[in-house]
Design a binder for this molecule. Structure first.
Ligand code: SAH
Length: 343
């Protein structure tokens, strides 16, 4: 298999160069060239021509072409549909917040978690993304917009912890000081709750923010919308979260999509409050985004207000997520599904 240069650390590139009969420092030259925008091995002007040819026989630089770009007229949010080297597509969203530009990126083409309200999982998992393909979603948006990204959320298509090794490598690469140099504290990783992987993550020493897609105050409701709830109970999930907090000292964020008539009553809010009370956490309430395949409805304004205030009585901070890019279907998975239907 050919080496994907953009998925490699400088040390790995150096080892490859030595294998090909070159000095070690060539590795650093390649790494830096990649982040200066080199997208073709022949463009590495600092490398001898003969070596470029040899390198081209065993290595490649992956690409992500902008296939579609939608710009919100309301808030300037930009949504990209990228085409990868094998023709598969993924979505990413660029958002401007007061605390900096934030990019929401995908970690897989499709997803196999099967959550009922989510557009990304409708056609199952096609494949996982390489670290380079996660980096490219950011690099190409920065290049297209001429703006820097300072925050990343792994909340696009796919389940990050179902692509564990590549996501860990991506996090270390994106944080590299000679690369994009984005602080790990400015990165959120969102998971539907793979308990064994949460435990693994707590030993990585990576100070990212962990977000848990909870979406229900008890197992019975969670099983209605999230198949993963059949594998692990909420108790098992929250125990893993407590171990994560103990080990890392970091606050966890819980995502809770409010679905009309499913999980949004005052009783549900009380149940959620009791569940999370005393935990170092924050609750993010998201009025569900209706998707074509299912008739889930967002909760009424007043219902959301009552829910939020009820959760807060348990001394838990709760906020309702601001909706960006509502005119461009900014929730991930919808654009790719639309493209696939049109084919
Ligand atoms: N697989 C990961 C990350 C991707 S989804 C996870 O499950 O966390 C990012 C967030 O968007 C998750 O909390 C997910 O449950 C939520 N989400 C998916 N579809 C949604 C919809 N239609 N409305 C509101 N939130 C949704």
């Amino acid at each position: 298999m050919a080496f994907d240069l953009l998925s490699m650390f400088p040390e790995e590139l150096s080892a490859l160069c030595v294998d090909l009969g070159q000095p070690k420092y060539r590795g650093k030259q390649i790494f830096e060239g990649l982040y200066k925008g080199v997208r073709d091995i022949n463009e590495f002007s600092s490398l001898p021509k003969q070596f470029r040819e040899k390198l081209g026989e065993s290595a490649f630089i992956p690409t992500a072409k902008i296939r579609r770009k939608l710009v919100s007229a309301i808030d300037g949010t930009v949504k990209y549909l990228y085409e990868l080297h094998d023709g598969e597509t993924v979505e990413s969203v660029f958002m401007r917040y007061h605390h900096g530009n934030t990019m929401c990126i995908s970690t897989q083409v499709g997803c196999r978690m099967g959550c009922a309200f989510c557009a990304s999982t409708k056609a199952g998992l096609v494949r996982s993304l390489a670290p380079s393909e996660m980096l490219l979603q950011i690099i190409e948006a920065e290049r297209d917009l001429g703006e820097r990204v300072s925050n990343i959320v792994l909340m696009g298509m796919g389940e990050p912890l179902d692509n564990y090794d590549n996501v860990m490598k991506f996090l270390r690469l994106v944080n590299h000081e000679s690369g994009l140099n984005i602080g790990l504290r400015h990165i959120s990783l969102s998971t539907c709750g793979l308990v064994d992987k949460i435990d693994k993550l707590s030993d990585e020493g990576l100070p990212v923010t962990l977000s848990i897609s909870l979406h229900a105050p008890n197992d019975a409701i969670r099983r209605q919308t999230m198949p993963i709830a059949n594998k692990w109970s909420i108790k098992e999930l929250l125990d893993a979260c407590r171990r994560y907090i103990d080990k890392t000292g970091r606050r966890i964020s819980f995502e809770y999509a409010l679905i009309d008539g499913v999980n949004d009553t005052k009783d549900h809010a009380n149940e959620l409050g009791r569940l999370l009370s005393g935990m170092l956490c924050h609750v993010n309430l998201i009025p569900v985004n209706p998707i074509k395949e299912k008739n889930f409805k967002r909760s009424e304004k007043n219902t959301i207000k009552v829910f939020t205030e009820t959760v807060e009585t348990y001394k838990i901070s709760a906020t309702v997520r601001r909706r960006l890019g509502s005119d461009i279907n900014a929730s991930c998975g919808q654009l790719r599904a639309e493209e696939n239907e049109n084919k």
